[in-house]
Ligand binder design. Structure first.
Ligand code: PXG
Length: 457
């Protein structure tokens, strides 16, 4: 039997086991079983390999998370060392461990001023769910238990647990599970390219921000607890708000005493060119959630960070906070988180994403605007979006351009995510200029192939 035939049999075996026994996230299982799942077997730098030996340039850093790239020995060694010394102990019962204590202190040096206290969990969803409980506890302790409604945005992605999925504003996430839970409402989102029409971008940004004020007034400020938003919306379409948006949102939150929460799960850890998206976009939140880039995905780890106002109240409560996970502050995950930050600092990855490398990425992204089916490109740091359109003037869309383009990307060795007709990029922060050239050469070729399929010459 030839080598490749052996590999194929092995792949087939994994696909069959997987089809029989594995329920995948966000998948239609009939379709998946018929096609056979792609089996990823190894990774190095910005590349992945599947079980057939095909190489893929990972333009999405996994799911927006592998910021230091794949195959980093420092992270593996830090995890191995912690696994040998202290594979597990909890942080309940007045206990901590060196890794969790050191990571908390390290994070406090990176977060915006005053954001100094961290509650640890394992995923972005758990962090956001924990935050809902913190907000309720905070207002209850403040003697304002009627301040209960949390406002979030259409097309927001805050995770999938019951609370986090309720905060999320992607319409398909709610009906299957009878969500959202009570006291969560959604307002408009600042997607100028899709919704702005001929309106001036800054005017649009102000108008959308003021929909927050309208809703607060409708509900009554005494009943509104908090507003949650991603600095740049990720999974909802990589939506970068006009500059007028965030200052107005902050003015409104202050005026009506509504807590402001930044979901930094994608934007955190260098993605936008600063440690946190809030720093890039000039946001001063009361609290933030973080995950993904915190360990570059090498271990599941997340946190809710609270500033002085919430922190002082929660830390000084005269009652126990009834919340915490078995793995809150897991020593191995925290050890890997520390090693991840060390690598990011040593290699100046945040500085590069906000400087030379981010600028080069943005320049190459902008060059795609000359393509006949590219209506807009936008980005910040190492985030990029490409709007595929039938008509640049009217911004009319094709039916499934995103799906077609994504399939061409896979076939040609590039992972680029499709969100409707928006193609999205979020590569590892270690990407080099020649690798950026390779990424955009592949992207252009795949957009060409998409245009051909759609009958555009
Ligand atoms: N907040 C934000 C902003 C996210 O992007 C979560 C919270 C939830 O994190 P966990 O760790 O619970 O998944 C996320 C996750 C996609 C995609 O296809 C995006 C996410 C997750 C899965 C897929 O874009 N973001």
């Amino acid at each position: 039997m030839s080598h490749s035939a052996q590999i194929s049999n092995q792949t087939k075996r994994w696909q069959e086991m997987d089809a029989a026994h594995h329920l995948h996230p966000y998948s239609e299982h009939h379709d998946l079983a018929a096609k056979g799942a792609r089996v990823i077997t190894k990774a190095e730098g910005i590349y992945l390999w599947d079980s057939e030996g095909k190489r893929l340039l990972d333009g999405m850093a996994g799911l927006w998370c592998v910021n230091v790239g794949y195959g980093r020995k420092e992270l593996a060694e830090a995890g191995y060392k912690a696994l040998q010394e202290l594979p597990y102990y909890n942080s309940f019962f007045q206990t901590t461990n060196p890794y969790t204590a050191e990571l908390s202190a390290k994070l406090a040096t990176l977060t915006p001023e005053g954001m100094n206290r961290f509650f640890f969990a394992n995923s972005g969803s758990e962090a956001n769910d924990s935050w809902i409980k913190m907000v309720r506890f905070f207002w209850n302790l403040q003697g304002k238990p009627e301040k209960k409604v949390i406002l979030a945005r259409t097309q927001a992605y805050h995770g999938v647990t019951v609370g986090a999925a309720s905060l999320s504003g992607i319409p398909s996430m709610h009906p299957q599970a009878d969500l959202p839970i009570p006291n969560i409402q959604h307002i408009d989102y600042p997607y100028w390219y899709e919704l702005g029409g001929n309106e001036d971008q800054q005017e649009f940004g102000l108008r959308i921000a003021r929909s927050l004020e309208d809703r607060i007034l409708e509900i009554g400020a005494d009943h509104v607890a908090a507003f949650i938003a991603e600095p740049i919306q990720g999974a909802g379409g990589l939506i970068i708000p006009p500059e007028s948006y965030w200052p107005e949102i902050q003015r409104i939150c202050k005026k009506y005493d509504v807590l402001l929460h930044a979901d930094e799960v994608i934007c955190g850890f260098g993605r936008t060119g600063s440690w946190f998206g809030s720093q890039s976009l000039g946001i001063t939140p009361d609290s933030m959630s973080m995950a993904k880039g915190m360990t570059s995905g090498y271990q599941p780890l997340s946190a809710v960070c609270v500033g002085e106002r919430m922190g002082d109240v929660l830390f000084n409560a005269n009652e126990e906070w009834s919340h915490g996970f078995t793995y809150s502050g897991h020593p191995v995950a925290c050890a890997v988180g520390l090693a991840n930050i060390e690598v990011m600092e040593r290699e100046n990855l945040v500085g590069k994403a906000g400087g030379e490398i981010g600028d080069y990425f943005q320049k190459k992204l902008t060059e795609l605007q000359d393509h006949p089916i590219v209506g807009e490109t936008r980005g910040m740091g190492l985030l990029g979006a490409i709007e595929i359109v039938k008509d640049k003037e009217t911004r009319t869309r094709f039916d499934d351009a995103g799906g077609i383009c994504r399939d061409h990307c896979f076939a040609n060795g590039l992972i680029m995510r499709a969100i409707g007709s928006t193609m999205v990029l979020s590569p590892p922060l270690i990407i080099t200029k020649p690798e950026i050239d390779e990424l955009f050469a592949l992207a252009r070729r795949c957009i060409d192939l998409t245009a051909q399929d759609l009958g555009v010459q």
